[in-house]
Design a protein around this ligand. Structure first.
Ligand code: PGA
Length: 253
């Protein structure tokens, strides 16, 4: 049995003060929901303060990005070692990083390796763009992203994958439960072929892209989907709580 996970990706939102406010709004109730891993990923500048706020609770912390070098003259970058000291998870290869910051498969592969090396759990994002989806190239694209991101990586221990079709991110146009389930099934199959069946069966694969309190149930009822990476809806305490609660309830059945 794979424990479901709901991860909130706050993206470039919230000042430190707003992050504190948001955590305070949801911390107590979020802590009481079990049967699901709850992760919040605030901006770098709020990691330390949020870490203090959730100390002793069941809420876990993640970062949204990192550089692959451990330290040195890389002005403005944040290293895996710095993060390992602060949080447990790190989102890697988000489509916004690929699109606006030119992250290539090779860079993403280096980041995944560097995260695993220091014991950070990468949430690796993959997903096809609209034109690729329309051209029927989803399988080809996600398989390719997967194989470049995981090149030279033997152990997937700690890794989480998020399937996020680019056309569904921040658009209010989520995939259907079936679409997401099919592609995630395919990702699992690819992992099974590249590694082995047991690794694939144990790997958590999330769906991401316009997940809301309203459509959560549709995704969580699917057998291949192990949770969600939530953007916009994770900035509203009540909605995030509702997504987490529904996931816990549906998975407990
Ligand atoms: P969204 O973002 O839920 O706002 O679509 C998801 C993501 O980018 O991880």
């Amino acid at each position: 049995m794979r424990l479901p996970m709901i991860a909130g990706n706050w993206k470039m939102n919230t000042t430190v003060g707003e992050a504190v406010e948001l955590v305070n709004e949801m911390r107590k109730e979020l802590d009481t929901v079990d049967g699901v891993d709850k992760v919040i990923c605030p901006p770098f500048v709020s990691l330390a303060v949020v870490r203090e706020l959730i100390k002793g609770s069941s809420i876990m912390l993640g970062a949204q990005n990192m550089y692959f070098e451990e330290k040195g003259a890389y002005t403005g970058e944040i290293s895996p070692v710095m993060l390992a000291d602060l949080c447990e998870f790190v989102i890697i290869g988000h489509s916004e990083r690929r699109q606006y910051f030119n992250e290539t498969g090779e860079i993403i592969n280096k980041k995944v390796q560097a995260a695993l090396k220091v014991g950070l759990k990468p949430i690796l994002c993959i997903g096809e763009r609209l034109e690729e989806n329309k051209a029927g190239r989803t399988k080809e694209v996600v398989t390719k992203q997967l194989s470049s991101a995981l090149a030279k990586i033997d152990s997937l221990n700690g890794l989480i994958i998020a399937y996020e079709p680019v056309w569904a991110i921040g658009t209010g146009r989520a995939a259907t439960g079936k679409q997401a389930n099919d592609t995630i099934g395919l990702i699992r199959q690819t992992i099974s072929q590249k590694y082995d069946k047991k690794i694939a069966q144990n790997l958590r694969i999330l769906y991401g892209g316009s997940v809301t309190a309203e459509n959560t149930a549709e995704f969580m009822q699917q057998p291949e989907i192990d949770g969600a990476l939530v953007g916009g809806a994770s900035l509203k305490a009540n909605e995030f709580l509702s997504i987490v609660r529904q996931t816990s309830e549906i998975r407990a059945r």
